[in-house]
Design a protein around this ligand. Sequence first.
Ligand SMILES: C[S@@+](CC[C@H](N)C(=O)[O-])C[C@H]1O[C@@H](n2cnc3c(N)ncnc32)[C@H](O)[C@@H]1O
Length: 248
Amino acid sequence: MEQVSDTGPTDSPLNEDAAPERVIPEHARTIRSYVMRAGRTTEGQARALSELGPRFVLPYAPQALDFAATFGRQAPVVLEIGFGMGDATAKIAQTLPDTDFIGCEVHEPGVGALLKHIGEMGLHNLRLVRHDAVQVLEHMIPPGSLAGVHIFFPDPWHKKRHNKRRLIQQPLVAHLCSRLAPGGYLHCATDWEPYAQQMLEVLGAEPALVNTAESYADKPAYRPLTKFENRGLKLGHGVWDLVFRKKD
Ligand SMILES: C[S@@+](CC[C@H](N)C(=O)[O-])C[C@H]1O[C@@H](n2cnc3c(N)ncnc32)[C@H](O)[C@@H]1O
């Protein structure tokens, strides 16, 4: 059974305190891009949550993170929004050991699953926040600080009346751009063609971004094919990657 979370971003008292230069468009603040699924946390995930959570899960706090203190080193930081069960996230963190990753996901079993990968793979360059990424972006990610943003297979919100819940819309993209460092990248992937077209249109219209390809990009080598994606590709379904860079 699925139920829509009623703890929305507008509940945050901190929005009122935002400094004028950090004020973000209302839509980016109130977008409800996920549903809270009543999924079961397995024993292994629960163990990972209790054993590894204290080290690798950052509590949501309305305070900008100090990346160097968080990771214990100076390295480029990439934010991932909606890592699901975290399979791709863990593989990317393993492939790119000189980059630090912050993954946001609202779903507890997903956080537990990724913590399990962290333990099994001995990863050190990954921290998780179990919270709405839109609020994390606003309150925890300093402006101009990110080397990249990953948004892989975001909920497509197929029905027309739900399209407004898609993450990739102008206000959120502008908000993301404010957190990217000059030259930083935004990498999105989707298997839903109408959403891919929307992404291309919205990202293409954002003045702070330039497309790294003519249109859709080749899949960058660091993004692994997920099981779900592999199955879709075998059935002849498409996948579209988009990689845009923030202007210097
Ligand atoms: C369709 S799943 C894709 C998961 C994963 N990226 C993959 O490729 O398998 C989208 C995920 O994004 C999460 N999500 C959506 N909006 C979010 C938000 N605002 N903050 C954090 N997670 C979010 C959902 O809970 C869900 O797990």
